[in-house]
Ligand binder design. Structure first.
Ligand SMILES: NC(=O)c1ccc[n+]([C@@H]2O[C@H](COP(=O)([O-])OP(=O)(O)OC[C@H]3O[C@@H](n4cnc5c(N)ncnc54)[C@H](O)[C@@H]3O)[C@@H](O)[C@H]2O)c1
Length: 343
């Protein structure tokens, strides 16, 4: 029986990942989180309530802030682990612009602490895998027609992406220096049930429900809306399970340095206006909106991010459910569980 440590387990993506792995496998899961303003144990409570007693008994919750090292006491609480999935991070870009040092401590120092823990585990027994959850934002803005590949250059435009790139480079160094079996994933904009109400999709669902106007970030001319490849959190969980269980061929050697990276990308690129229209249609409502030049309203934000999902496709994975269906699913769920879209 495998035991998996998931950091940031009370966070948005990680709680979907826990749900997916508990249902899909017989693995034990340890969730580690320090419950900041974006962590919410009610997420876990909500998903666990639909599981059987046996499934619930396979989830353990540990409280710890990764700004501090994992001391012997916390180590004992975590127990023996085979796989570590590191998702804990400050994740709100606007907040990183206001409090950059907080992000350095959580995303760089926090990553160093979990890597050190992993290094110790790997000394006493072979760790099967360490996955570092990185983001498309490390590549910076993508001009029209450009989809960044896994090993393209980085170009952070805000402290969030810079600290995620910093944590990522530490993870790569731990693979190359200490033979820690690291994978890096770059994920694009994730959405789904129980996402923080400040994020675009839940905020948009609520505003459209209330007949309010939705702000659409655009270029300077207020004609071209920002665009992303959105992906549902369950699809991300499926992709993670895929790379954890698939036997992968040897990677290209980048001048002696190794560490496989995988872009996990939604099936379609959508601009924010099309997305808001899709959400309005799912509620049978008209969309009221205002285009706002994002450069003046949100410095540090980028108009377009884009990753190539070709590598994962070649390996045999791509999202199986269409984006329109996923959006409809989340809109319906949110309207039936309205406390999750209110702050
Ligand atoms: N949401 C996205 O669209 C997206 C896209 C790409 C990558 N990612 C990455 O995926 C991961 C999860 O993102 P999310 O949207 O679920 O974030 P989230 O903000 O919902 O969850 C992050 C969790 O980490 C915890 N945490 C933060 N700092 C901690 C620390 N020092 N010690 C212990 N726990 C700490 C928080 O309490 C929270 O529960 C992050 O690493 C993020 O950078 C997210």
């Amino acid at each position: 029986m495998k035991r998996v440590l998931i950091t940031g387990g009370a966070g948005f993506i990680a709680h979907h990942l826990i749900y997916y792995l508990i249902k899909k496998t017989s693995w034990d899961i340890v969730s580690l989180d320090r419950l900041d303003y974006s962590g919410n144990l009610n997420r876990l409570d909500s998903i666990l309530s639909s599981l059987t007693q046996e499934q619930k008994s396979r989830v353990k919750i540990v409280y710890h802030d990764l700004k501090s090292e994992i001391n012997p006491w916390i180590k004992k609480e975590i127990g023996d682990v085979d796989i570590i999935l590191h998702l804990a991070a400050g994740s709100h870009v606007d907040r990183s612009i206001d409090y950059p040092m907080e992000f350095v401590l959580d995303n760089v120092v926090g990553t160093a602490n979990i890597l050190e823990f992993a290094r110790q585990v790997n000394k006493s027994k072979k760790l099967e895998r360490f996955i570092y959850f990185s983001t498309d934002e490390v590549f910076g803005p993508a001009p029209k027609g450009v989809d960044y590949k896994e090993n393209d250059r980085y170009n952070s435009t805000n402290p969030y992406s810079a600290t995620k790139a910093g944590g990522e480079e530490l993870a790569v160094a731990y693979e190359n220096t200490y033979n820690l079996p690291v994978y890096i994933t770059h994920t694009m904009n994730v959405f789904g049930e129980r996402q923080h109400p400040e994020k675009f999709i839940p905020m948009c669902i609520k505003k459209i429900r209330d007949g309010e106007s939705v702000t659409i970030h655009s270029d300077k001319t207020k004609q071209i809306p920002g665009s992303r490849h959105y992906i549902h959190a369950e699809d991300v969980a499926e992709a993670i399970y895929f790379i954890l269980t698939k036997k992968l061929q040897n990677e290209i050697d980048y001048g002696g340095a190794k560490c496989p990276k995988f872009n996990i990308v939604g099936s379609e690129e959508l601009n924010n206006l099309e997305l808001a229209q899709m959400i309005a249609k799912s509620q049978n409502k008209d969309l009221k909106y205002e285009m706002v030049d994002f450069h003046s309203s949100r410095p540090g934000h980028d108009l377009r991010y884009s990753l190539s999902g070709e590598k994962m496709k070649k390996l045999g994975w791509e999202p199986s459910i269409k984006l329109t269906k996923r959006i409809k699913q989340v809109v319906e769920w949110s309207l039936n569980n309205q406390n999750w879209i209110e702050l």
